[in-house]
Design a protein around this ligand. Sequence first.
Ligand SMILES: C[S@@+](CC[C@H](N)C(=O)[O-])C[C@H]1O[C@@H](n2cnc3c(N)ncnc32)[C@H](O)[C@@H]1O
Length: 273
Amino acid sequence: MFEIKEMNLYKTTNRFLNNYNHLKKSLKREPTIEEMSDIDQLHYNGIEAVNEAIFKTNINKNSLVLDIGSGIGGPARYITSKTNSTVYAIEIQKELNYISKKLTFNYKLNTFIHHIFADILTFNFKELKFDSIVSWLALYHIPDRTKLLKNLYKLLNVDGHVYVEDFYLKKNLSSEEKINLSKKFHANHLVNFKSYQNELINNKFQILEFTDMSENWTKFTKNRLDKFKKNYDRNIQINDKVTTDNVLSFYELAFKLLSNEVIGGIKYVAKKK
Ligand SMILES: C[S@@+](CC[C@H](N)C(=O)[O-])C[C@H]1O[C@@H](n2cnc3c(N)ncnc32)[C@H](O)[C@@H]1O
């Protein structure tokens, strides 16, 4: 398995705080959680997707929520600020977890959000059980799907819900293409649409919704790429050329993989009966 840092998206992580400080300076005040979303929501359709997760998994002030692969904490902060729920946000990259903690502290949400630097496959939650488990674009990174689903099932309360956005495989790949996808996209578990569903069913989840997001995400990644190219010079001023080029090549890759139908997107809601 390749290091996750092989992904251009994660090569220069100091850009997140640079972008935050730049926004703060230009607004001459702390950006609102909503204004931060272009910076801290590392998935598609920003807070719209997080609002959907809140609604579909019934998150409220009494909920205990687990966010898997929480990135720099954007979804966790948005969920808590909207609902007053308590969120455990688990992230395998130390630097990203550090940035999460810093931002969560700035927004005075640290009593509601517990940032954990760990691997979801091995972290011991002891007796903790959750009402909702949410995850954006993280599960395809994780190699052992059966172990992952067994862990998630155990961590959910009965009648608890999961809301996941993830990738699936759209075409058969040569071994060279597979290696490339594993290196550049850190893809460690990609199966086709039907197999993805079967894996959930075989691990006792009841699927409530299962939506193909490929078209939507192709458009999103195209717009994101166009916007980033348009603002290329400005981006270089805020960060530097190496950082900007890393992000640009990652945005190009994501659009290419989706538009060439190598991978597709899935959004689903499932329940523990
Ligand atoms: C594309 S990012 C999305 C971040 C966040 N979900 C968001 O939408 O803003 C996926 C994240 O999953 C994390 N991740 C990958 N494997 C993980 C694991 N085994 N345990 C915890 N986090 C993991 C990565 O480090 C990365 O930050």
